[in-house]
Design a protein around this ligand. Structure first.
Ligand SMILES: Cc1ncc(COP(=O)(O)O)c(C=O)c1O
Length: 374
């Protein structure tokens, strides 16, 4: 029997059999009644998962596409934004904003750490007091049009306290746009109660599907920004998608197979329940990190920032991360991801999200033990 490789990369991920079956269904007419039904079930499921009544916009794209959609829909050239940077994906968000002519300030923490509510609050307090000093006004307007954040920094395995950070943004009345591409589906995200203006995610991570769908949950406040914003947009225009959603359609041809797959996953998640789903991710992460530390490997991001969905792993001396990855793949059929940016060659990254089960983690730990003993 040929065993399939075990895919432990943080996107694309291992896709469950039920999803493989769903995505191989015959095609349907995207202007017909079957798609309308599919549209309703997927958007209802996402609203349930994110606890929101905000508009759901679904693009045929990867995650970076929806990140760009948030910039082109909400801003005008020269608008000031604050971007939280905890690693490579925060930097990407800042790069996209700069590419479209926004004024970008960075709130950066060392890799392995996360932006905390206190860090954000202190930064904004200082930014506002500097503005007050410059002007004669007693109350300065918010210094930023929006704050852009990465919920779960996939390059380091660090997650931020989104509820706490969102509460600080709310206090300062600054909208927040959150890249939850590697957390949504594995970690609680309460868009409704936490007042998240734009929540971005994609199909190929904890949503257990192949790559192909970029998803944005867009608030009323974000939509009013969208109406005022002057950056050019056409394909990515939220307003076209929302208008078309009134008849349960998308303006342009949707990526139908992944819609089928997402419907399947959302139904399974609803059966499992959110509390169990998120607890299962936390437990899996703990099992991995405990097992790793028993054999001398170290998670790069430590508690309380260690992510429930992805871990960057530092190997013990004198082992090299890329040699370990190669042996895992060639000798054990386990595929992990390499380090990115400053962590290139220093860590390997393991996903523990979606369809990954304790037996998969045991298989990885067993392989690592085997590799150390040869
Ligand atoms: C946190 C985060 N943001 C953005 C992206 C970019 O997504 P994509 O590669 O789907 O464009 C990724 C992908 O790994 C990610 O993990």
């Amino acid at each position: 029997v040929i065993q399939e490789d075990l895919l432990l990369t943080p996107g694309p991920v291992q896709v469950p059999d039920s999803v493989r079956k769903a995505i191989s269904r015959p095609m349907i007419n995207h202007r017909g009644p079957e798609f309308k039904e599919l549209f309703l079930e997927v958007t209802r499921g996402l609203k349930w998962l994110l606890n929101t009544e905000n508009e759901i916009v679904i693009f045929p794209s990867s995650g970076t596409g929806v990140m760009e959609s948030a910039i082109t829909n909400l801003f005008s050239p020269g608008d000031a934004v604050l971007v939280g940077v905890m690693g490579e994906f925060g930097r990407r968000f800042a790069d996209i904003a700069s590419a479209f002519g926004l004024r970008v300030d960075l709130l950066e923490v060392p890799i392995g750490y996360a932006i905390t509510p206190v860090i954000l609050n202190d930064y904004l307090e200082q930014a506002i007091s500097q503005l007050r000093n410059k002007s004669t006004l007693t109350s300065a307007p918010p210094p930023y049009k929006a704050i852009l954040l990465t919920h779960n920094e996939t390059s380091t395995g660090a997650i931020l306290d989104l509820k706490g950070v969102a509460a600080v943004a709310r206090e300062y009345q600054i909208p927040i746009i959150v890249d939850a591409i590697s957390s949504c589906g594995g970690v609680e995200i309460d868009v409704g109660s936490w007042n998240i203006d734009v929540l971005l995610t994609a199909s190929q991570k904890a949503l257990m599907n192949p790559p192909g769908l970029g998803i944005a949950a867009v608030s009323e406040r974000a939509l009013s920004m969208c109406r005022e914003a002057t950056l050019p947009r056409y394909y990515w225009d939220y307003r076209r998608f929302i208008e078309k959603s009134r008849s349960q359609e998308t303006p342009y041809t949707p990526c139908i197979p992944i819609w089928f797959g997402l419907k399947e996953v959302l139904a399974e998640m609803q059966k499992e329940g959110k509390a169990c789903l998120f607890a299962r991710h936390r437990e899996l992460a703990l099992t991995l990190r405990q097992g790793l530390s028993e054999i001398g490997f170290e998670p790069f991001a430590k508690e309380p920032f260690a992510s429930p969905t992805v871990t960057a792993v530092v190997p013990p001396n004198p082992y090299r991360a890329d040699d370990i990855r190669k042996t895992l793949r060639v000798s054990y059929g386990i595929v992990t991801a390499g380090g990115q940016g400053p962590l290139k060659g220093k860590v390997f990254r393991v996903a523990h999200m979606g369809a990954i089960r304790p037996s998969h983690i045991e298989r990885l730990l067993g392989a690592l033990k085997g590799l150390l003993s040869t």
